[in-house]
Design a protein around this ligand. Structure first.
Ligand SMILES: [Ca+2]
Ligand SMILES: [Ca+2]
Length: 86
């Protein structure tokens, strides 16, 4: 299997995990169910995450917005790793 395919599959799995009611969008409610019980993030932090990632401003995160966020995170991470190497 190609590395790229594996990457997409993992992103899709993460999306499905976060989309608790399975309607194809990650909403505040979905994130709240995942994060609030474990205190991973506060309600304010969740709102911030949604605002950040929600590029078409419909108040929820669709798969392409989610994917764009992950790719951006991975790019930043790779950059940091590269800087450490030099
Ligand atoms: Ca949902
Ligand atoms: Ca959106």
């Amino acid at each position: 299997m190609h590395r790229h395919q594996l990457e997409n599959e993992n992103i899709h799995k993460a999306f499905q995990f976060l989309d608790k009611d399975g309607d194809g969008f990650i909403t505040r409610d979905d994130l709240g169910q995942v994060m609030l019980p474990y205190r991973i993030a506060s309600e304010a932090a969740i709102n911030e995450i949604i605002d950040d990632v929600d590029s078409n401003k419909d108040g929820k995160i669709n798969y392409s917005e989610f994917k764009a966020m992950i790719k951006e995170e991975m790019r930043e991470y790779a950059e940091k790793q590269r800087k450490l190497e030099f």
